[in-house]
Design a binder for this molecule. Structure first.
Ligand SMILES: [Zn+2]
Length: 73
């Protein structure tokens, strides 16, 4: 095995490692994951809201923040 292929394998290993670190961090910290639906793309919200009709804030289904994608930019 020549040195260039070893460097390539090490480089690919680093790329995979970095990818897994960043994807795991994104899920935990929520940097790009939608904070409203936690990345699910769907919401099921209900809380008292004096400004809403009926006095309750109600929202079920597609998340309005990320529009169902589960991620925000
Ligand atoms: Zn969302």
């Amino acid at each position: 095995m020549d040195p260039s292929s070893i460097i390539f394998i090490v480089f690919m290993g680093v790329v995979v490692l970095v990818y897994f670190i960043f994807s795991g961090r994104g899920r935990r910290a929520g940097r790009n994951v939608c904070t409203r639906c936690s990345g699910t793309g769907e919401v099921n919200e209900k809380w008292p809201d004096p400004n809403a009709p009926g006095g309750w804030h109600r929202l079920e289904g597609v998340c309005p923040k990320c529009k169902g994608k589960g991620r925000v930019n």
